[in-house]
Design a protein around this ligand. Structure first.
Ligand code: 8YV
Length: 315
């Protein structure tokens, strides 16, 4: 029996690629010299798309696959998939929730600590001999006991909060309603109140068209010249132009960012700022989590082609 044809939008590690290649006929879109020609040639045979969170599948790709039955996303975010196009054709979409939550929260908290305590510049201070020549590294800002805000108390936001509680932080959050699983944290219905409360504002919103630029100039300026914004969600949740302007003028103290508009290219103005910590969209990037994400992608594909229920279908 011939294997189901899968359109593979981006590369995966060998530990995922090998089992995918054994079970399916993987068509590697990302290796094509002529992506449109590749889609025209293979699209008519494609029964599923395997993609990654940040790559998704746009309307043109979906339209090029008239026999498409499933999109399986390697990532919790599915904002880059054209969900309206999927809905119109009744194509289910799966993602990889839960398995990456702890790692994403870890990286967000690590970014806060690293930037607040100046660990990158302190490392340079040791390596370039400044310590020996000039003495003590400039003093930095404390983390423990200060005020943290979590914009979006979903799975990842909640794990961030649990970690911050270990630093005795005064934690507030916003979401569509107060959460009974967070009784010790302050609920702010208005994101502006949250931003005003926060020395450290974590952006943990599931991105969608509705959350685009949810962190706008007013919110950024409310976090203020002493405050820090940490983004471990999607770049689209923040107005990046307003963010850069606030960092340049000092209206915002600092920003720790794992995601960027147009990544992996990023606005070169970020590179000129000392008040930012820049990370290459790797919050879920541990061997343990990536193996679990890959398995979930494969398990969803396997379940579909075996006529079994999908494991993690997005609502
Ligand atoms: C990426 C992510 O999928 O979970 C998400 O939504 O953006 C990430 O985990 C990851 O970078 C792999 O491409």
């Amino acid at each position: 029996m011939s294997k189901p044809v899968i359109l593979q939008v981006g590369p995966y590690p060998d530990w995922d690629q090998d089992p995918l290649d054994s079970a399916f006929d993987m068509k590697r879109y990302f290796e094509a010299d002529d992506p449109a020609g590749f889609l025209a040639e293979h699209g008519p045979d494609v029964r599923a798309i395997a993609t990654r969170g940040e790559l998704g599948a746009d309307a043109a790709m979906i339209a090029a696959c008239p026999q498409l039955e499933l999109i399986s996303v390697y990532g919790v975010g599915y904002d880059a998939v054209d969900i309206a196009a999927c809905k119109a054709r009744g194509i289910p979409v799966t993602n990889t929730p839960d398995v990456l939550t702890g790692d994403v929260a870890d990286l967000g908290v690590a970014m806060m600590l690293c930037l607040s305590r100046g660990m990158i510049s302190a490392e340079r201070w040791v390596r370039d001999g400044s310590w020996a020549r000039q003495g003590l590294h400039p003093l930095q800002r404390r983390v423990f006991g200060r005020k943290a805000g979590i914009l979006g108390l979903g799975r990842i936001g909640f794990e961030v909060g649990k970690r911050l509680a270990g630093f005795d932080m005064d934690i507030a959050y916003t979401d569509i309603a107060a959460k009974d699983y967070a009784p010790d944290w302050t609920y702010c219905a208005d994101p502006l109140d949250l931003a005003q409360h926060s020395d450290f504002l974590f952006v943990t919103l599931a991105a969608s068209a509705e959350t685009r630029h949810a962190v706008n100039r007013t919110l950024i300026e409310a976090v203020g010249p002493e405050g820090m914004i940490i983004n471990i969600s999607r770049a689209s949740n923040i107005d990046e132009e307003a963010l850069i302007a606030a960092l340049q003028s000092g209206a915002l103290g600092s920003a720790a960012l794992d995601v960027f508009e147009g990544e992996p290219a990023l606005d070169p103005r970020f590179l000129e700022l000392d008040s930012v910590l820049l990370q290459p969209h790797h919050a879920s990037g541990t061997i343990e989590t990536r193996k679990a994400m890959g398995k979930l992608v494969r398990d969803n594909l396997a379940a579909h082609f075996a006529g079994q229920p999908l494991l993690t279908q997005v609502p």
